[in-house]
Design a protein around this ligand. Structure first.
Ligand code: 6PG
Length: 476
């Protein structure tokens, strides 16, 4: 019997499309699904696209793979993943590879990788971005795991990934959970991008009285310049959409409560642990949370806002474009900081320039702007913050007046722009010579003797606030 180069188990739309992508690229693909009819449907419908080797049982699926075996799991992330891993591992032997292509939490991936390593099996937690379309035609792929597993899987993953200027959007991110961590931050940035786009739309609609269709045109224009990206492109399409049943703009018939599967929340939870301010992502997660409390929103409807309208002229459009760009740079700078912090914490040695490179195509946050991030890290791999890289410093410096006008306008007319506002506050915080954190330290020392450091001398100090108010050195 001919053996398969690689296998896919879990044939919902993402798994099915990934299997088809592999087959179309000339790989013989073993396919398996818990409900066997899905496996048969795939082969019946798409069998002509390449070589599929269907299996109805896990044992047969594993047996149909060439050694060392390579099996990709495409099931909904969660407890079920452990069961699928165990079933596969039972039939595998040392040197084989299990790839988890779902959105698993990186801590789960670390745990699973360590457990399988004990048994000699490589576990490769892999971020895959690009939705259904990407899985079929070329996603961005972020695998973690061992170097050996990358050697065996890398060429296949690069073949099926998106390409930008001939460069594949797949690279070995780092050991154990590094791939899923980077995918998680990708999703956090995705949340932030979408929140900033939503604020741009809301502010322009309220301030200018523009229709969704008119705003679709604005986004189409923006997509021709430095904001060019998949999310801006599809924003124009969603805003252009008219509801067939009512003839109203589509955005006006959709319930205004944003849902989430959790990767944005995980990003913020991890950032809190790592001590990295990812305010742009956090505001996006909390804005979704606020939208999801209709009872509170109904109760708050009696609260008053300013009675202003028509406050902006057409120049507001260009101001919002610049605020969007500057706030987006902040969100990316924060996301890359988080990746750097985790890389240090877990010893992953993630190359930030390589991440920018594989996010240029295939994934949801793909954007022209990622070329600049790559260039910034090429020029200085140890950048303290992307914001200070010459390419970005010049953009945010040029945008800051417009950014302030946008936030001011939003505040004046009562349109919430937590993404723009917090990004601007971060920018202002970062560039300050002196922060009021000095006063916070003073207060901490006053009530809790928590000590402080001085600007002019080494060591830690405490002032005897309730006694003689004299300062004493307390050690280092
Ligand atoms: C991707 C997407 C994908 C998914 C998000 C949606 O990169 O292809 O990010 O992973 O669409 O998980 O997340 P929410 O449901 O949390 O918005």
């Amino acid at each position: 019997m001919d053996l398969a180069d690689i296998g896919v188990t879990g044939l919902a739309v993402m798994g099915r499309n990934l299997a088809r992508n592999l087959a179309r690229n000339g790989y013989a693909v073993a396919v398996h699904n818990r409900t066997a009819s899905r496996t048969d449907d795939l082969v019946n419908e798409f069998g002509g696209e390449g070589t599929f080797i269907p299996a109805h049982e896990v044992a047969a699926f594993v047996a149909s793979l060439k050694r060392p075996r390579r099996a990709i799991i495409m099931v909904k992330a969660g407890a079920g993943t452990d069961a699928v891993i165990e079933e596969l591992a039972e039939h595998m032997e040392p040197g084989d590879m299990i790839v988890d292509g779902g959105n698993a939490h990186f801590a789960d991936t670390r745990r699973r990788e360590a457990a399988l390593r004990e048994r000699g099996i490589h576990f490769v937690g892999t971020g895959i971005s690009g939705g259904e379309e990407g899985a079929l035609n070329g996603p961005s792929i972020m695998p973690g795991g061992s170097v050996e597993s990358w050697e065996a899987l890398g060429p296949i993953l690069q073949d099926i990934s998106a390409k930008v200027d001939g460069v594949p959007c797949a690279v070995h991110v780092g050991p154990d959970g590094a791939g899923h961590f980077v995918k998680m931050v990708h999703n956090g940035i995705e949340y932030s991008d979408m929140q900033l786009i939503a604020e741009s739309y809301d502010l322009l609609r309220q301030a200018l009285g523009a229709t969704p269709a008119e705003l679709a045109e604005v986004f189409r224009e923006w997509n021709k310049g430095e904001l060019e990206s998949y999310l801006i492109e599809i924003t124009a399409q969603v805003l252009d959409q008219v509801d067939e049943a009512t003839g109203k703009p589509f955005v006006d018939v959709v319930v205004d409560q944003a849902e989430q599967k959790g990767t944005g929340r995980w990003t913020v939870q991890s950032a809190l642990d790592l001590g990295v301010p990812v305010t742009g992502i956090a505001e996006a997660v909390f804005a979704r949370a606020l939208s999801g409390h209709p009872e509170q929103r109904a109760a708050a409807r009696s609260l008053e806002g300013p009675s202003l309208s028509g406050v902006g002229g057409r120049e507001l459009i260009e101001d919002v474009r610049q605020a969007l760009l500057a706030s987006k740079i902040v969100a990316y700078a924060q996301g890359f900081d988080q990746i750097a912090a985790a890389s240090k914490e877990y010893g992953w040695d993630v190359d930030p320039g390589a991440m920018a490179t594989i996010w240029r195509g295939g994934c949801i946050i793909r954007a022209r702007f990622l070329n600049r991030i790559r260039a910034a890290y090429d020029a200085d791999p140890d950048l303290a913050t992307l914001l200070a890289a010459p390419e970005f410093a010049s953009v945010v410096n040029a945008a800051q007046d417009a950014w302030r006008r946008v936030v001011t306008t939003a505040v004046r007319i009562g349109v919430p722009t937590p993404g723009f506002s917090s990004a601007l506050a971060y920018y202002d915080g970062l560039r300050r010579d002196r922060l009021p954190a000095a006063l916070v330290q003073g207060l901490r020392d006053y009530f809790g003797a928590h000590t402080y450091h001085r600007v002019d001398r080494e060591g830690a100090f405490h002032t005897d606030w309730s006694g003689d108010r004299k300062e004493r050195a307390t050690g280092s």
